[in-house]
Design a protein around this ligand. Structure first.
Ligand SMILES: Nc1ncnc2c1ncn2[C@@H]1O[C@H](COP(=O)(O)OP(=O)(O)OP(=O)(O)O)[C@@H](O)[C@H]1O
Ligand SMILES: O=C(O)C1=C[C@@H](O)[C@@H](O)[C@H](O)C1
Ligand SMILES: [Mg+2]
Length: 183
């Protein structure tokens, strides 16, 4: 049973989705601070629970096992309310995860252009196993293919050429407006 419809909009979890490196963890953290809510990063939660970095989980037990862990952690956390949750870039690959998230959270899709994302590769490549061994062309292909899984969301935010703080402020303002409107 997925909880969600019975939770008032002001108490719903806020969730960030989007491709690796778009800023889900960074912006999620900032939004949580601005709203005085707990922040949960699903990758960090998996690492804490399984006492292993995500890169090691991929290396030692593989992506399939990681996806199962990811689904379990997300399902558990979506039962809560008033949280700010950032999921990993591949979480929405699983239909079951998409359904749970969309019914129990206000889902923000953080979008970034390929041109801007390319400039961030050096910041993230070593810690994202899905990018290991991929050429720039492979990454570009994956970047565009993954757009389909993020197409279900409640709000899309273009983050190009904006500081994380600015994006977080915009999200908080838009949430406050929605809360007033639907009160
Ligand atoms: N708006 C921004 N402008 C510039 N750099 C940013 C911005 N947002 C995040 N970054 C930087 O980009 C990198 C990736 O950000 P972050 O870890 O938040 O991405 P993510 O979406 O959580 O990635 P993943 O899906 O792999 O967990 C970090 O080094 C972060 O400091
Ligand atoms: O996009 C992905 O498939 C991933 C993104 C990261 O956040 C991690 O969840 C993991 O490295 C897989
Ligand atoms: Mg992250």
């Amino acid at each position: 049973m997925v909880k969600g419809h019975d939770v008032p909009i002001k108490e719903k979890n806020i969730m960030f989705i989007g491709f690796m490196g778009v800023g889900k963890t960074t912006i999620g953290n900032l939004v949580a601070k601005k709203l005085y809510r707990d922040f949960i990063d699903i990758d960090q939660e998996i690492e804490r629970k399984h006492k292993m970095p995500v890169t090691e989980i991929f290396k030692q037990i593989g992506e399939k096992a990681f996806r199962q862990m990811e689904k379990e952690v997300i399902t558990e956390l979506c039962q809560k309310k008033l949280k700010v949750i950032s999921v990993g870039g591949g979480a929405f690959l699983q239909e079951e995860v998409r359904e749970i998230c969309l019914s129990s959270c206000i889902v923000f899709y953080l979008d970034l252009s390929w041109g801007s994302w390319k400039d961030r590769i050096s910041l993230i490549v070593d810690s994202r196993p899905v990018l290991q061994g991929k050429s720039l062309e492979d990454m570009e292909k994956l970047f565009h293919e993954r757009k389909a899984i993020y197409s279900t969301h409640h709000s899309k935010i273009n983050t190009d050429k904006q500081e994380a703080e600015e994006i977080a402020d915009y999200i908080v303002d838009s949430l406050k407006l929605a809360w007033e409107l639907y009160e």
